[in-house]
Design a protein around this ligand. Structure first.
Ligand code: CAA
Length: 389
């Protein structure tokens, strides 16, 4: 019996800033952002949007179309948690009115936790194939103003329904795993921006990839030519091209720029204009590939590399199921990304500097453009969400 992704949909903010605008303000050559790191725009959440509203907006179309019966597990993967105690997924469970018979927990390991959630969901569904699991990865990537990480900010959420006999991607059981205690990127509880040793983090990412890939190949007996398309965790898109060269070299293969564009390039376009969405990022890339690859990918194997700073990494793969295109929500993704509102630098900085109220008083948040859910306010230290469907 196969287990894997039966439905997938993402949501991101309706607001963005063009990185050429940022380059102008920071007095940087725009090509550094657009070519050097491979990013064009960054999605910026308005004050009434957070990981909960993005997660609910990502999952809503799946629940509307495929129903909520038998969803007995909701795994919420994030490193932008809004509470030290309560799982973010419980707010989403409430907003989506999911069945009370459901396990809900939050998972954290930087950008890797979405993959942990997906693999754990596959195991749970394999144990009881009559049930389904809802996996959601949602994050806001936030660095200090004027820091090297600033142009890689972004936000987004991906929701996936994991089932037996999935109609999009059957996940292979073979994996390559890598964990090492490193301080390449982290966020102490008292900070709301990440601390990062950027160049070191990139080196660890590439080293972890090599280790995971080697192990994956040994365990599966597969090699470079068995993988038709490659998706990588995308903190910024240029890293995927470097990673792919590295992976090919480790397999004794030389890839030309044209081959890199064909094997990896199509998965990059959404992330280029959304920025990093941490735990969701790899799966935004997967959506981008499935939505926009002209070639029929049915029965083709996709390789996926997941990396979370700190660090945990995994190489895994899946086989695209015939008829997958009927299950995709491509139009919803395109409509979202084509209809966003551009922010000026001043608007971006004002939103960035807006402090979240911590006084326990009642606060109402102005209404911005959001998905089907918004953060209406906060009172008595409780976040108040509302549906605006
Ligand atoms: N035209 C074209 N390219 C240019 C250029 C120009 N005018 N000016 C510079 N560049 C190129 C540089 O040559 C460099 O390319 P190479 O890497 O191929 O050498 C690239 O632009 C970046 O420039 P810098 O080397 O000067 O690097 P930077 O100081 O801008 O920092 C960064 C880049 C380290 C990625 C930084 O954006 C950062 O810290 N980002 C956050 C951390 C991160 O994303 N790490 C990734 C691995 S960790 C992870 O994956 C988890 C996660 O999600 C965070």
């Amino acid at each position: 019996m196969n287990v894997g992704i039966d439905a997938i949909h993402f949501y991101s903010s309706n607001y963005f800033m063009d990185l050429r605008t940022l380059a102008g303000v920071r007095n940087v050559d725009p090509d550094k952002y657009t070519v050097g790191i491979g990013q064009e725009k960054m999605a910026i959440p308005p004050p009434d949007e957070d990981i909960i509203t993005m997660a609910a907006s990502a999952a809503h179309p799946l629940i509307e179309r495929d129903g909520k019966d038998n969803i007995e597990l909701l795994l919420f993967a994030t490193e932008s948690g809004i509470d030290q105690s309560k799982a973010g997924g419980i707010f989403v469970h409430g907003l989506l009115d999911l069945p009370a018979r459901c396990r809900v927990v939050e998972l954290k390991e930087a950008c890797y936790s979405g993959t942990a959630a997906l693999q754990l969901a596959c195991s749970a569904v394999a144990r009881n194939p009559k049930t389904r699991a809802l996996v959601i990865a949602a994050d806001v990537a936030r660095y200090e103003l004027a820091s090297p990480g600033e142009p890689t900010q972004g936000c987004g959420a991906v929701a996936m329904l994991v089932t037996a006999n999935p109609r999009i991607l059957a996940i292979d059981p073979e994996v390559g795993l890598f964990t090492s205690d490193v301080m390449d990127f982290w966020r102490p509880n008292y900070r709301d921006q990440a601390v990062v040793d950027g160049k070191y983090s990139t080196r660890v990412y590439l080293q972890a990839l090599q280790d995971c890939w080697k192990q994956y190949c040994e365990e599966s007996g597969r090699g470079f030519s068995d993988i038709h398309r490659f998706c990588y965790h995308l903190p910024f898109t240029r890293i995927a091209e470097k990673a792919h060269e590295r992976l090919a070299r480790a397999s004794g293969v030389t890839v030309t720029p044209e081959q890199i564009a064909q094997q990896v390039g199509i998965s990059l376009d959404y992330n280029k204009i959304m920025g990093n969405s941490y735990a969701a990022s790899l799966y935004v890339g997967l959506c981008c590939l499935l939505d926009n690859e002209m070639e029929d990918l049915s029965a083709k194997r996709i390789g996926l590399f997941s990396y979370g700073s700190g660090c945990v990494a995994e190489y895994f793969s899946g086989v695209v199921q015939s008829g997958y295109r009927d299950r995709l929500l491509t139009d919803s993704h395109h409509v979202l990304l084509e209809n966003r509102t551009e922010l000026t630098y001043r608007q971006y900085e004002d939103i960035y500097n807006l402090a979240f109220p911590t006084d326990g008083g009642g606060h109402t948040f102005s209404r911005y453009r959001t998905g089907g859910y918004r953060l209406a306010g906060v009172k008595d230290h409780k976040r108040l969400y509302e549906a605006v469907l």
